[in-house]
Structure formats: C-alpha cells, structure tokens
Design a protein around this ligand. Structure first.
Ligand SMILES: O=P(O)(O)OC[C@H]1O[C@H](OP(=O)(O)OP(=O)(O)O)[C@H](O)[C@@H]1O
Ligand SMILES: Nc1nc2[nH]cnc2c(=O)[nH]1
Length: 189
C-alpha cells in the first residue's frame, strides 16, 4: 500500500546533525526528488484510512506544506501554514519549537474559534514540534479532530499522545540501525 514510501525510505541517506541521526527523504526534505506518484500514494493512503470531516488542514512549515497542498487538492479542504515567520496579525499565537537538532519560534495564524482541524506534518521524532503546536491549539478554543504525521521515528509520538491526549496517526515507522533505515507499520495499524 505504501510501496514507494517504503522503498525510498530504505534507501534514504543518514546524515549527522551533532549526535542526531537525521534521515534525508523526499517527503521530509524534498530531496533527492519528490515524485507525483509518491505524493499521490501518501494522500491516497490518508484518505483511504481516515475520515476527514474538518474545516481546515493545519500544516507546519516547511515540510508539512507539500503534504497539505496535495491533500487539499484531493479533498478540497483549505489549509493554513504554521510559519516560522512572525506576522504580528491580530490573534497570532507564538510557540517555541524544539527538535533533536534545532529550536525556534512558530507562529499560528488563520484559525478561528470553533474550527475543526486536521493537523498534518511530515515526521514526528522527539515530538517537540507537534507538542508545542498541539498544546497551543488546545488553548485556542478549536477542535483538533485529527492529527496525521506521515513518518514516526523514535519515541516522540508516544510522548505527544501522553501529554496532549490526542491520538497521533502515523503511516509508517522508521528506526535507524547501523546507519540504515528499517521500516515497519505503526503499532496501531
Ligand atoms: O518531532 P521533532 O523532533 O520535533 O521533529 C519533527 C519536526 O522536524 C522537522 O521540522 P524542522 O523544524 O526541521 O523544519 P523543516 O520542516 O523546515 O525542515 C519536521 O518537519 C517536523 O516538523
Ligand atoms: N528529514 C528529517 N526530518 C526530521 N525531523 C526530525 N527528525 C528528522 C529526520 O531524521 N529527518
């Protein structure tokens, strides 16, 4: 069902960001080449697995954007981007993001009270990014109806689920063993 994703993940190079093992893949980096077939496989799997009765898709800059775009074209659901840039617009919410190799601010705009949301991102690893965004949304009088992340790596997903109470739906799990990627289905699949 996710043949292209699995095959390309197994070939993904691993680079070091300090001590952090970082895999490089078209879905998570746009490198070496994101094909229409790969994007289609991912969004087809999302719409096959999940009911998306939401008002808006919320994605996180940068590597959630192509996923939200493809999903929006398929489902006709509009999307908004959580940006790394501050706009200072009324209602903007700033959150602090930490990953295994970086930290910075994210800015939430374009969400109204009562919105029913799907949050989508490319990968959950330490869970720092998703946790920051979901905790902010929780305080915003909106309904997070679904959270979908394409790739889970490490234990971050569990941590985010425990801390927020939201279910984090992932399509595939990766483990890095001896500088190689092993893929497996997520536990609940
Ligand atoms: O679970 P975590 O450890 O937080 O890692 C996951 C986050 O890391 C990447 O974002 P990054 O901040 O590197 O930015 P990018 O999307 O611009 O590459 C990725 O797109 C996720 O948002
Ligand atoms: N591409 C990529 N993005 C990440 N975000 C958090 N961890 C990773 C990783 O290992 N690879």
């Amino acid at each position: 069902m996710l043949k292209i994703l699995e095959k390309t993940l197994k070939k993904a190079p691993i680079i070091k960001k300090g001590e952090y093992n970082y895999f490089v893949h078209p879905i998570t980096d746009g490198i070496p080449l994101t094909t229409p077939e790969m994007l289609e496989e991912v969004v087809d799997e999302i719409t096959r697995r999940y009911t998306l009765d939401v008002d808006k898709i919320v994605c996180i800059e940068a590597m959630g954007i192509h996923l939200a775009t493809a999903l929006s074209l398929k489902t006709r659901i509009p999307f908004v981007v959580v940006r790394k840039r501050e706009y200072g617009l009324p209602g903007e919410v700033a959150v602090h993001q930490t990953t295994g190799y970086s930290e910075g601010e994210l800015y939430i705009n374009g969400i109204k009270k009562g919105d029913r949301l799907l949050v989508i991102d490319d990968v959950v690893s330490t869970g720092g990014t998703l946790l920051a965004v979901l905790e902010a949304l929780k305080k915003m009088d909106v309904e997070v109806a679904k959270v979908i992340v394409i790739i889970e790596k490490g234990e971050g997903k569990k941590l985010v689920e425990e801390k927020t109470g939201y279910k984090i739906n992932t399509l595939i799990k990766v483990d890095i063993v001896d500088d190689k990627i092993i893929t497996s289905p997520p536990e609940e699949a």
